[in-house]
Design a protein around this ligand. Structure first.
Ligand SMILES: Nc1ncnc2c1ncn2[C@@H]1O[C@H](COP(=O)(O)OP(=O)(O)OP(=O)(O)O)[C@@H](O)[C@H]1O
Length: 735
C-alpha cells in the first residue's frame, strides 16, 4: 500500500524548490507568531480594561467599555484559536500567474492557505482559499488557464514543507519553471483513511469548486453516485458561505443534517479544520431539541411512521380529550346546576382547536366552556354567572384534566395499547399495521429509547399542540402539587416543575434514568428553531415526515441538498419528493452533478456496479479514477463465519495502513461483535444502514444476500455497503 505519510523527496530540483517554498512558509509562520502575540495582548488588555476597583453599580460609560472589551476579547480569542487550529498545513498552494512565455520577474506568485495572512505593509502573504483571488487555484485548467502558468500543491508536516506536486496549465513550461510530482489529487486519494473525514481544501476539483461557490440563495442540489465527493463538497460549501456572508450565516445559523450519529462523528472534524465551528451538526434522529433517537424501527414500522398518512392519526390524537379527562361537566355555578354532556364538550373542544394549539388554548377553552355553560342555563345575570364560573374551584378541577398540558411523547407512548391504536387509526392503517405500530411503542417502553422515525412524529405533534407550558415557579401552588401527587398511583415517581422536584418519596429515592419510561420523557421538548441555511446530506433517505421536520427548521432558509437516489433506503420516493418540494417553498433551484468516484478503487466499484445495474438500470454510475490492480475477494464460507471474518480482518490489517470495517446484517452481529476494536482500534463492526456516508480503507462485507433482504431499501442498501472501501474489500457469503 502507499505510505500514509509523505516521504521527503531528495532529488536536487525538488530540494531547491522545497527550500524556496520553506523560506516563504517560514515568513508566514513568523507573521502568524506576531499576530498570535498581538491577539493575546489584546485579550490581556481587554481583560484589564474590564477590571474595576469599585464594587456596585457600573456607570453607562463603563458599560460601553465592557461591551467594547467583550467584542475585542472575543475577536482576539477567535483569531488566536483559528491560528492555533490551522497551524497544520496552513499554506497548501501556490499559483504562478503570467503570460505563457513570461519571465520570473514578470510573473506574480500567490500563495493559498486555510486563512489569509498579511505582512506589516498589509501585503498578502497567503490568500484565504475562499477569497475570489484564490478561485483560479481551483478553476484553472489547461483549456482555460485563467492566467495560471503553474499550480503547485505543497505538502507540509507542521510548519515544514516536505513535498510539492505541480500541474502545468500551459503547453510548455517557461525555462525557469520547475515541474514536480505526478499530481496532487491521486497522491491524496491513495493515502490511507482515518476514523474521520479530512478536508480536501488543497485538491478541490474545478467542478466541485463550482458547487462550493454557487450563489447562497435558493436551493443548491448536488447529486452523483457513491464516492463522488458530495459530502465533502457540501461541507466546504458551508465554510464558503460563512466566509462570503459571515454576518448572515453566522447570525442565522447553518444546520448540517446527516443520517446517523456515526456520520456526524465521522464528518465533525472537517469544518473546524477549515476554521469554522459555528455550524450545528445534527443526525436526523437528533433534530428535536431535548430528544435523542438512534434506534431503528423495522422497515415496516419505519414506512408507517414516515409516510404522510400518519398525520391523520396524529391529528386524531390531538383532537381527543387527554387520558383521564372527565366525559361530562357537572357543577353548581352561581346557584345553578350546570351539566354539559360529552357531545357539547366535544363541540367546544373542536371549536377551540380550530383557532388554537392545544397547549396554548387553555384560556380560550375555559372561556368557551363558560359560554356553553351559560347557554345551558340562561337564567339570571350573564355577567354574574360568568364571574362565578371563572372563580369556581370545580371548574379549576375539571380543566386540570379536561384541558391539561399535553406532552407529545405521552401521546405517542399511549399508542403502545393496540386497542387505542385501532381506535385512532381507522381508515388509515390496516389491522396488521396497527399492531406493528403498537408493538414498536411497547419496544420503546422496554428499551427506554426512541426510534429515529419517532423524532419526526414528536416534531409534528409539537407543531400541532404547541410547546408544553410550564408553570412559573411561583405559580406552582398547593393544588398543582396535590394533583401531581396523585400520579404516584399510576407509577410516576418523580415529577418536576421547571427544574424543581415536586414529588419526592424518600422510599423511592432519586429516580435514575434506568426507568425506561422516565428516560423516554426526560428533558423538555421545544418548538423548532429556524436556521439561515440548511444542508442535508443523504437526502434520498429522508421520509416525507422527516422532510416536514426539516421544513420547520428552514422556513426562511436557503438549502444545499445532497443525495443519490440509487442509494435510497426510503421506499416511496415520489411521496418524499413532494414533501421535499414543499420544504423548498418554490425557491429557485440550481443543480450540480458529480460524476467522478474519488473513493473506491476501480476494481471495487466495478463489483458494486454489477450488483446495482441489473436491478436499478438508471442508477447514477460514476467513473472510478484510481486502480490498485487488486480485485476484491469473494469467498463462499462453509465453516464458521466468525472464523472466516477474523481471517479476512487479519489479512486486511496487514494490507492497509488505516481503518477497516466489518459490515454485517443483524443476524450475524452478535457472533462478529468480538472483532470490534481489533487491530489497536482500527477495526469497527457496523450494521449496513449505519455505513451511510462513511468510508474505510478496507471492508469485510458479510452475507450480502442477507443485507439486501433485511434492509428497507433492499439492494440499494447493499450497493451502499459495497461502495464504502477505498482500497480493499472482502465479501463473505455463507454457503
Ligand atoms: N477533490 C478531492 N480531493 C481529494 N479527495 C477527495 C476529493 N473529492 C472527494 N474526495 C474524497 O473522496 C471520498 C468520497 O467523498 P464523499 O464521502 O464526500 O463522497 P460522497 O459522494 O458523499 O459519497 P457517498 O454518496 O458514497 O456517501 C472522500 O474520502 C473524500 O475526501
Amino acid at each position: 500500500m502507499t505510505a500514509p505519510h509523505p516521504v521527503p523527496d531528495t532529488s536536487p530540483d525538488v530540494a531547491g524548490e522545497i527550500a524556496l517554498e520553506q523560506a516563504h512558509v517560514d515568513r508566514v509562520y513568523a507573521e502568524l507568531e506576531k499576530a498570535s502575540r498581538r491577539a493575546s495582548d489584546v485579550e490581556a488588555d481587554g481583560m484589564a480594561r474590564g477590571r474595576t476597583s469599585r464594587a456596585g453599580d457600573v456607570r453607562d460609560e463603563e458599560m460601553t467599555g465592557l461591551f467594547e472589551r467583550d467584542a475585542l476579547v472575543f475577536a482576539a480569542a477567535r483569531r488566536r484559536s483559528m491560528i492555533e487550529k490551522q497551524y497544520e498545513g496552513l499554506v497548501f498552494g501556490r499559483l504562478d500567474l503570467g503570460e505563457e512565455r513570461s519571465t520570473a520577474a514578470e510573473r506574480e506568485v500567490r500563495y493559498i492557505g486555510r486563512l489569509g495572512v498579511r505582512d506589516d505593509d498589509y501585503e498578502p502573504l497567503v490568500v484565504d482559499w475562499r477569497a475570489p483571488a484564490a478561485s483560479a487555484f481551483y478553476r484553472a485548467t489547461p483549456v482555460d488557464p485563467m492566467g495560471v502558468v503553474r499550480r503547485r500543491v505543497l505538502r507540509c508536516r507542521g510548519a515544514t514543507v516536505i513535498g510539492a506536486e505541480d500541474d502545468l496549465m500551459v503547453p510548455e513550461a517557461p525555462d525557469d519553471i520547475v515541474v514536480l510530482g505526478d499530481g496532487a489529487l491521486i497522491a491524496a486519494l491513495t493515502r490511507s483513511r482515518g476514523r474521520q473525514m479530512r478536508d480536501i481544501v488543497a485538491t478541490i476539483q474545478r467542478h466541485q469548486d463550482e458547487a462550493i461557490r454557487a450563489a447562497s440563495r435558493g436551493v443548491t442540489e448536488i447529486s452523483g453516485g457513491p464516492g463522488t465527493g458530495k459530502t465533502v463538497v457540501a461541507l466546504h460549501r458551508a465554510a464558503y458561505l460563512l466566509y462570503s456572508e459571515r454576518r448572515r450565516f453566522e447570525n442565522g445559523g447553518i444546520l448540517v443534517v446527516g443520517p446517523s450519529s456515526a456520520y456526524t462523528a465521522y464528518i465533525e472534524r472537517v469544518l473546524p479544520s477549515l476554521g469554522e465551528e459555528s455550524v450545528a451538526l445534527r443526525a436526523v434522529g437528533d433534530l428535536v431539541d431535548g430528544m435523542t433517537a438512534t434506534r431503528l424501527d423495522t422497515p415496516e414500522v419505519a414506512a408507517i411512521k414516515g409516510s404522510l398518512r400518519i398525520r391523520r392519526l396524529l391529528g386524531r390524537l390531538t383532537a381527543r380529550p387527554p387520558a383521564g379527562a372527565q366525559h361530562a361537566f357537572r357543577a353548581f355555578v352561581a346557584g345553578h346546576a350546570v351539566r354539559l354532556d360529552e357531545h357539547v364538550l366535544r363541540r367546544v373542544r373542536s371549536d377551540v382547536l380550530r383557532n388554537h394549539q392545544h397547549n396554548l388554548g387553555a384560556d380560550a377553552a375555559r372561556a368557551a366552556l363558560a359560554e356553553a355553560a351559560w347557554r345551558s342555563v340562561r337564567q339570571g345575570d350573564r355577567e354574574v354567572f360568568l364571574d362565578a364560573f371563572e372563580g369556581s374551584r370545580a371548574v379549576d378541577e375539571f380543566m386540570a384534566t379536561w384541558w391539561r398540558q399535553l406532552d407529545p411523547r405521552e401521546l405517542l407512548l399511549g399508542l403502545a395499547d393496540t386497542d387505542h391504536v385501532y381506535a385512532v387509526s381507522r381508515g388509515v392503517l390496516d389491522q396488521e399495521e396497527g399492531a406493528a405500530l403498537a408493538g414498536s411503542y411497547r419496544e420503546a417502553l422496554e428499551a427506554g429509547s426512541w426510534s429515529v422515525a419517532d423524532a419526526a412524529l414528536v416534531d409534528e405533534l409539537v407543531a400541532r399542540l404547541g410547546p408544553v407550558q410550564v408553570a412559573e415557579r411561583e405559580d406552582v401552588g398547593f393544588y398543582d402539587i396535590e394533583e401531581l401527587d396523585d400520579l404516584s398511583a399510576y407509577g410516576v415517581q418523580d415529577v418536576r416543575a421547571g427544574d424543581r422536584r415536586v414529588v419526592d418519596d424518600p422510599q423511592v429515592g432519586i429516580v435514575t434514568p434506568a426507568d425506561a419510561r422516565d428516560r423516554l420523557m426526560m428533558g423538555r421538548i421545544d418548538r423548532a428553531s429556524g436556521y439561515a441555511h440548511v444542508l442535508v446530506d443523504e437526502a434520498q433517505d429522508l421520509s416525507p415526515m422527516q422532510w416536514r421536520m426539516l421544513a420547520r427548521r428552514g422556513r426562511t432558509a436557503s438549502w444545499t441538498v445532497v443525495g443519490d437516489a440509487a442509494q435510497a433506503s426510503w421506499s416511496d420516493l415520489a411521496e418524499a419528493r413532494r414533501a421535499r418540494d414543499e420544504a423548498f417553498a418554490g425557491q429557485e433551484r440550481r443543480a450540480f452533478h458529480m460524476d467522478t468516484n474519488y473513493r473506491n478503487a476501480r476494481e471495487i466499484f466495478d463489483l458494486a456496479r454489477d450488483v446495482i445495474l441489473p436491478l436499478v438500470p438508471d442508477a447514477d454510475i460514476p467513473d472510478a479514477v484510481r486502480e490498485t490492480g487488486v480485485d476484491p475477494v469473494t469467498r463462499a464460507v462453509t465453516g464458521s463465519l466468525a472464523t472466516a471474518a477474523a481471517d479476512a480482518v487479519e489479512q486486511l490489517l496487514g494490507e492497509v495502513e488505516g481503518s477497516l470495517a466489518v459490515i454485517t446484517p443483524r443476524r450475524w452481529q452478535d457472533r462478529l461483535a468480538g472483532l470490534d476494536g481489533a487491530g489497536d482500534g482500527r477495526v469497527q463492526v457496523i450494521d449496513p444502514l449505519s455505513t451511510k456516508g462513511l468510508e474505510w480503507d478496507a471492508t469485510v462485507v458479510v452475507d450480502p444476500d442477507a443485507i439486501a433482504e433485511e434492509s428497507p431499501g433492499g439492494v440499494r442498501v447493499l450497493y451502499v455497503v459495497l461502495t464504502r472501501a477505498a482500497h480493499r474489500m472482502h465479501v463473505l457469503r455463507p454457503a
